[in-house]
Design a protein. Structure first.
Length: 335
């Protein structure tokens, strides 16, 4: 049902909906799901009921695999601790010999202090600090990074951070806050941007989809109109009558299904384009973007100050990635 978490890994058997997998992917826009499409445990069904065919449960799911990676990272010994363990036996034998010699010397110098000197030698030269303290510090660091949303798959990798030269960022959910906002309204023909926003906002306030919520929020301060005969097309958009007009709001797949030709008006600063049609005629495009995190620029500047090179690697459109990189002062970006 809408709002429920997917309980296991599998595929859609019946129904159409949108699923939010931001917890796993960081992507803020839900993905349309149709019969045969994969479902991952932990993602959230957004729009319509789905019937799924379960393929993996319990420890076999993707979420469980991520948990195992975290456990593995925390259980792995750092190289310095492995080195200490490898030479521990020989080290202990040498330590006992040295302690015996020191004890004999102090028995001749001052017998009353010989015992305490031997204890001090054993305590100071014991390799426990390498074998115990270092793994404990790394385990705490891995736990802290996990709570901050950073997945460490190999704990010992942190030992090499001092030699790092580049820091690679994803865009969505890392440099951005994962919430869509309306950036620009592009009206076509005789329609106005204000009309488009009122019609689209009136219709989209009927949905809990993140794209619809962003449009409805942008139009909230306006006088919205009554809506009837609302029909939802999961993963594509919505159609309904707004003040007597048939309004369609959605992606290009919705327009193709309705037999309405769509035009592409690229806006490099936007993450998502939503088409609006009125009475079967394309009326305009709403551009939405995932807003930049307030601390992203400061984080990039701090990385530069440390002598490191920030890089963006993203699956988003190259133009949008390039715009984001320019905003942050990053010269190396791939989308």
């Amino acid at each position: 049902r809408p709002g429920d978490a997917v309980p296991a890994d599998g595929v859609v058997a019946e129904g159409e909906s949108s699923v939010n997998a931001a917890m796993l992917t960081g992507e803020s826009v839900p993905e349309g799901k149709y019969p045969g499409a994969p479902l991952v445990a932990g993602s959230i069904n957004v729009e319509s009921p789905l019937v799924m065919s379960v393929q993996k449960v319990g420890q076999d799911t993707m979420v469980s695999s991520i948990v195992r990676l975290i456990d593995q990272a925390q259980s792995q010994k750092p190289k310095v601790a492995e080195l200490a363990d490898r030479y521990a036996q020989k080290f202990v034998i040498g330590l006992l010999v040295i302690t015996a010699l020191v004890t004999l010397a102090w028995l001749w110098i001052d017998p009353a202090k010989a015992f305490w000197v031997a204890v001090a030698v054993l305590a100071i030269t014991c390799p426990c600090s390498l074998s115990l303290a270092t793994p404990a510090a790394i385990a705490v660091a891995v736990g802290r990074l996990t709570r901050s949303g950073l997945l460490v798959t190999r704990g010992y990798a942190m030992e090499g951070l001092a030699r790092a030269t580049h820091v690679v960022f994803d865009k969505t959910g890392t440099l951005t806050d994962g919430h869509l906002v309306l950036q620009h309204t592009h009206a076509l023909a005789e329609f106005s941007a204000e009309q488009l926003l009122i019609w689209a906002g009136s219709l989209e306030r009927q949905t809990e989809h993140p794209v619809g919520r962003a449009i409805a929020q942008a139009a909230a301060a306006r006088q919205l109109l009554p809506v009837e005969a609302v029909h939802n097309f999961p993963g594509r958009g919505m159609v309904g009558k707004v003040a007597g007009h048939e309004i369609a709001v959605g992606n290009d797949r919705l327009l193709a299904q309705l037999g309405i030709s769509s035009v592409t008006e690229p806006l490099p600063t936007a993450d998502l384009a939503v088409w609006v049609a009125v009475n079967g005629q394309l009326a305009g495009i709403l551009y939405l973007s995932d807003s930049l995190r307030v601390d992203a620029k400061a984080a990039v500047d701090e990385i530069k100050a440390l002598g490191l090179t920030p890089v963006i690697l993203s699956g988003d459109q190259p133009a949008r990635v390039a715009y984001m990189a320019q905003s942050l002062g990053i010269t190396d970006a791939q989308g």
